[in-house]
Design a protein around this ligand. Structure first.
Ligand SMILES: CC(C)(COP(=O)(O)OP(=O)(O)OC[C@H]1O[C@@H](n2cnc3c(N)ncnc32)[C@H](O)[C@@H]1OP(=O)(O)O)[C@@H](O)C(=O)NCCC(=O)NCCS
Length: 218
């Protein structure tokens, strides 16, 4: 389903999480009029060294504001964000929760009624799995990863990593603090059906939820 399927309003039923993916290699980036994004967002965009990162940041904010406006029946430019202690963005004065991740040409946004975290990673990349697995995972998990054939390790590491990062982002602590915590049995952490060439995971508190994924069309 696409954003165009809905004329205006989007609604999130109880016990449901919505996940929106946009691949800007195949889809035009959402345009942001200068009135849509805040002065703070313009400042952050201008701080990026590379044009492609600046463009992606602005497009992500345009997509996020456009989506949230449709759930909240508000105008995109009226959406206000506040940051948690470790930088997690929240809506000011509204109960709806969201989380954003980007990697390569994909922007992923999760929308939920309670704390939620999403992470997406492009699989086609180099990483020092041995060092990262030992630094980031329990010895048992690191051992299982390192026992895999060399050609499978990076993808397996990144899939596991997205689960870890989705949890860190749901808890709001970020990677620095979050890696020291372990999810207890209140949490659901699932791998999503990500676009080809990517791994993605979602984390939220609660069980028995519907997870509905959509392609976003600006
Ligand atoms: C937030 C964080 C997890 C981002 O990881 P990443 O893989 O680079 O980026 P992703 O694309 O998955 O997520 C970025 C988005 O997460 C959101 N975000 C920022 N801080 C967040 C936090 N503490 N918790 C949850 N989400 C957060 C933002 O929407 C951000 O998008 P934006 O930069 O366009 O505003 C990481 O930078 C982090 O942990 N920051 C917190 C500070 C910290 O712990 N620093 C020590 C790092 S070792």
């Amino acid at each position: 389903m696409t954003a165009d399927t809905f004329e205006h309003k989007l609604s999130l039923p109880a016990k449901t999480v919505h996940v929106w993916f946009l691949d800007f290699e195949n889809t035009p980036l959402p345009a942001a009029s200068s009135s849509m994004i805040s002065g703070d967002e313009i400042g952050r965009a201008n701080a990026f060294r590379f044009e492609k990162h600046r463009t992606r940041f602005i497009a992500t904010r345009a997509m996020l504001r456009g989506l949230l406006a449709r759930y909240l029946e508000d105008r995109p430019e009226q959406i206000e964000f506040v940051a948690g202690e470790f930088g997690k963005p929240y809506l000011a004065n509204r109960a709806l929760q969201f989380n954003v991740s980007h990697s390569g040409s994909i922007i992923a946004i999760a929308i939920a009624h309670d704390e939620v975290g999403i992470d997406i990673e492009q699989l086609d990349r180099k990483c020092d799995v041995e060092r990262l697995a030992r630094e980031c995972f329990e010895p048992r998990e690191a051992g299982q990863l390192l026992a895999l054939p060399a050609g499978e390790r990076v993808a397996a590491f990144l899939k596991l990593w997205t689960k870890t990062e989705a949890f860190c982002k749901a808890s709001g602590c970020g990677i620095g603090q979050g890696l020291r915590q372990r999810p207890d049995n209140r949490w659901t952490i699932v791998e999503l059906d990500a676009p080809d060439g990517y791994a993605a995971s979602l984390a939220f508190v609660g069980h028995g939820y519907n997870i509905e994924c959509f392609d976003y069309l600006p």
